[in-house]
Design a protein around this ligand. Structure first.
Ligand code: SAH
Ligand code: SF4
Ligand code: F3S
Length: 448
């Protein structure tokens, strides 16, 4: 065992799943008697929860690790842990590259952190990357916010998009039971949380792997069913969910969002490319026409719904013409927000081996052009908020101006207004919007 006081530090890279895993691992460490340290240099256990979605994400962790590995030579009591998606991808190879590491653990093992550390504290070096059934966590996560919370509903992904490393590192789909999800949400409601985001890499796959399909072959527990089952949890005022897959997105889900008052009118539905041949090469399983129909349908039910997405430029074989089809889709739809990325070849994915790779220059040129269009379109979309009364759930102080608080509209726009965080945190405040920017708003609180 290490000497007291035991302090831990966690740095988290990557997506919301990693953030949620980090919060659960922090909860486990605090249960074990560790205290949190924001400064890694004051911690005697350092955990990097890593991401490998693109090469630059992966490289980041090696530079962080290098520094701490050096420190370990002077402080042999330092425990170094690499968790998350790089850990899963590299496994043993990571130990060879950084022999100072004590523990390499894949995302499926997050809830087992205590057991794994006990083996480490007995003097072993450990790699935990074998696929397992994800155990329900019994420890309370240490959440970063006291207003909004992530709740995992399905782990893993069974899709095989040809560019994507996620199925390799996150494993097959594993849904949590509706009972476990509801119980977690009830506890959150009791603790004063106001907003829950239900999480899954492909959240529309929720329930497929749970037993009990009906005779008609339809699954009993779809995401839509889940929303109906959890929307009345006391205390929780807003429900969001991500990420949706156009291939499985249903009208039933849209209807549920319209019917259920707590479900926010915001959809995150990545399209990746606006060109049908590229979509086919990506193995996404839909066409750009189908994507447009989904958005039309959403707007038919909820004309004001906000729409965000992810897109990749420079996928192998993408021609200028095909890239322009992506521009066209973005111009036509007018996203409230779009996460864009240049294609990055990933180990163990089919597209990385193809010979028709696009040059780095073309990729960065396309990325710039797309980003420019995105900002213009988002600014246009923001205009509709001007002068309107929006419900803002207050999350925090504005870090740049302590006289202001910040929160989000139902459509997920970041909004600032003058107020005292001690009085307003966790409240839904009607705010009249007085200033609009591409990705954020400022307003005047309307206290009744
Ligand atoms: N499950 C989600 C997204 C998961 S990864 C979905 O199906 O859409 C998040 C985003 O990273 C993806 O939407 C994609 O736009 C981007 N991405 C994934 N692999 C990538 C790669 N190899 N190169 C560039 N971007 C990638
Ligand atoms: Fe990756 Fe595709 Fe799964 Fe999303 S749906 S995580 S892009 S394989
Ligand atoms: Fe990254 Fe893993 Fe998420 S690769 S994007 S942290 S699932």
């Amino acid at each position: 065992m290490t000497t007291f006081p035991r302090r831990y530090h966690i740095t988290t890279f990557g997506c919301q799943m990693n953030k949620a895993d980090s919060e659960r691992m922090a909860g486990i460490l605090e249960d074990m008697g560790f205290e949190r340290s924001e400064d890694p240099n004051e911690a005697n256990l350092i955990l990097y929860n890593t991401c490998t979605i693109r090469d630059n994400a992966e490289q980041k962790v090696y530079s962080y690790l290098g520094r701490q590995a050096k420190r370990k030579h002077e402080e042999p009591d330092l425990t170094l842990v690499v968790a998350g998606c790089v850990a899963q991808q590299e496994g043993e190879a990571l130990l060879r590259r950084v022999p100072e590491l004590d523990l390499v653990m894949g995302p499926q093992h997050a809830n087992r952190l205590q057991d794994l550390l006990e083996v480490v504290f007995d003097g072993n070096q450990l790699v935990a990357t074998e696929p397992i059934h994800i155990v329900e966590d019994i420890t309370k996560p240490r959440r970063d916010s006291s207003v909004t919370a992530w709740v995992n509903v399905i782990y893993g992904c069974n899709e095989r998009c040809t560019y994507c490393v996620v199925p390799n590192v996150r494993g097959i789909e594993q849904s949590r039971t509706p009972e476990a999800i509801r119980a977690e949400m009830e506890q959150l409601g009791q603790q004063g949380y106001k907003e829950v985001t239900l999480l899954g890499q492909n959240i529309d796959a929720y329930g497929r792997d749970l037993a009990g399909s009906t005779e008609s072959g339809r699954h009993q527990h779809t995401l839509t069913d889940l929303l109906y089952e959890v929307h009345d949890v006391p205390g929780i005022e807003r429900i969001r969910f991500a990420t949706s897959h156009p291939r499985y997105f249903t009208e039933r889900l849209i209807r549920a969002c319209q019917e259920l008052p707590k479900v926010c009118e915001h959809f995150h539905i990545p399209f990746q490319s606006g060109d049908n041949d590229i979509l086919k090469a990506m193995a996404r399983g839909y066409t750009q026409e189908k994507y447009r129909r989904i958005i039309d349908k959403i707007r038919e039910y909820m004309p004001d719904a906000s729409i965000s997405a992810d897109a990749i430029v420079g996928f192998p074989g993408e021609t200028e013409q095909q890239f322009e089809n992506t521009l066209k889709l973005v111009a036509d739809i007018g996203f409230d927000q779009l996460n864009t990325a240049a294609y990055s070849p990933r180990p163990g994915t089919p597209a990385a081996l193809w010979e028709n790779q696009v040059s780095e220059e073309a990729k960065s040129d396309r990325l710039q052009r797309l980003n420019h269009l995105v900002a213009t379109k988002a600014a246009e979309r923001s205009q509709r908020y001007w002068g309107r009364l929006e419900e803002v759930l207050v999350e925090d102080q504005n870090p740049k101006d302590p006289t202001q608080v910040m929160g989000r509209t139902r459509g997920n726009r970041l909004t600032f207004f003058t107020g005292d965080i001690n009085e307003l945190k966790g409240l839904v405040v009607p705010v009249q919007i007085t200033e609009v920017r591409a990705f954020s708003l400022t307003g005047q609180p309307m206290f009744l």
